[in-house]
Design a protein around this ligand. Structure first.
Ligand SMILES: *Cc1c(COP(=O)(O)O)cnc(C)c1O
Length: 365
């Protein structure tokens, strides 16, 4: 079986989606499953939908198009503001997009008219994290303009926190979003179908929002469904599985080597200088054939008994506190969101989808 490869447990993804859909559903919140860390995998999208997600979110139009080509018929939201150069593709492949620039929405409108389609718009509001979003004081005027545009339906409003600055979704900023929804509806005599509170970072707030969730009725969830963690503290919400993804790499060198380097020292391949390390005994040095082109070495969890020393473009270096693994044997690693994203987008990493009745190969540690 080819290496390096990602092993993807679709049953775990289905389970996590079902768990979150159930708990959020009882609070009146629908789940949009975000596939962007998986290069728009239609297998992952299908697992999210089977688990009860009502729609799919993607950040890249190429991935949206790939999902459509694979036959995904569910509603798809482009979660990054469309590039003006891509509005035709956005209108043609995505049902709605998250937007913060009226110029882009005007272009979506023109393209929707030309294609005789309707495109949904969710207006993003800046609530403190300082990534995308319209300033709250400008929202009503933008909404008024959008409501009048041909080919466009104002589907709702939303916000995105904890992405750029780590601003925590809480009762105050969520109440602000709810109040904005209510005031737009009153001022423009429209109904906002979607009030999208944010991403996986909202789970802490929503799961113990004792005083209710206000108007929030939609969350866009990627990491919590895929990796079973909320991103504020990377804790595991009750009942979620964290092992849907594993990276399997192959040992290409396994030797007893000294601890100390030999020769004078300057910068290494990526500009780093070797940090002084606590002296230790000579030991087993292992090289796995995977590198920064494929993974984020800081985002890998090695098998028990192994420690990651570093990575260059193509070599991952580890020590082992037990016997040397045989050259050609395979090691399994856990991944963070960052490592998953890199592995999924590397053309060198194969994918193997597994379901509940299948197990991973026996020749791995
Ligand atoms: C990536 C992204 C999400 C999903 O974030 P997770 O933390 O993976 O749940 C939601 N909304 C937007 C706008 C995004 O860019």
């Amino acid at each position: 079986m080819s290496t390096p490869r990602l092993e993807i447990r679709l049953d775990r993804i289905r389970h996590n989606a079902r768990n979150l859909v159930g708990r959020l559903g009882s609070r009146g919140i629908a789940v949009c499953g975000v596939t962007k860390a998986t290069l728009g995998s239609h297998e992952v999208a299908a697992a999210m939908l089977a688990g009860g997600s009502t729609s799919i979110g993607e950040s890249r139009i190429e991935n949206v198009e790939a999902l459509r080509r694979a036959g995904v018929g569910a509603e798809i939201t482009l979660v990054r503001s469309p590039m003006p150069s891509q509005v035709e593709r956005v209108v043609s492949a995505a049902d709605l997009s998250l937007n913060s620039e009226i110029d882009v929405i005007l272009q979506l409108s023109a393209s929707a008219c030309q294609q005789e389609r309707t495109h949904g718009v969710v207006l993003m509001v800046e609530l403190g994290d300082l990534r995308e979003g319209i300033m709250p004081g400008d929202l009503l005027e933008v909404a008024r303009e959008v409501v009048g545009l041909p080919g466009i339906v104002l589907r709702g409003i939303g916000t995105n926190l904890a992405c750029h600055s780590g601003v925590v979704p809480d009762a105050a900023n969520m109440a602000e979003l709810s109040a904005l929804a209510t005031s737009i509806e009153a001022a423009l005599d429209v109904e906002l179908e979607i009030v999208s509170g944010g991403n996986s970072a909202n789970l802490d707030w929503v799961l113990d929002a004792g005083s209710g969730v206000g108007r929030i009725n939609h969350l866009r969830l990627g990491e919590s469904i895929l990796l079973g963690r909320e991103p504020l503290r990377r804790s595991v919400p009750e009942g979620l599985e964290t092992d849907a993804f594993a990276l399997v790499g192959e040992v290409i060198e396994s030797k007893h080597k000294p601890f100390e380097t030999r020769g004078s020292l300057a910068q290494a391949a990526f500009g780093q200088t070797l940090e002084p390390q606590a002296p230790r005994d000579a030991g087993t040095r292992v090289i796995v054939a995977v590198g920064r082109q494929d993974i984020d070495p800081d985002g890998l969890t090695p098998p028990t008994g192994y420690e990651i020393l570093g990575a260059s473009s193509d070599h991952l270096l580890l020590t082992s506190d037990s016997d040397s693994p045989a050259v050609g044997s395979q090691l399994r690693f856990g991944l963070t969101y960052s490592a998953l994203l890199r592995a999924m987008t590397s053309p060198f990493v194969a994918r193997r989808y597994l379901d509940a009745d299948q197990t991973s190969s026996a020749d791995e540690v």
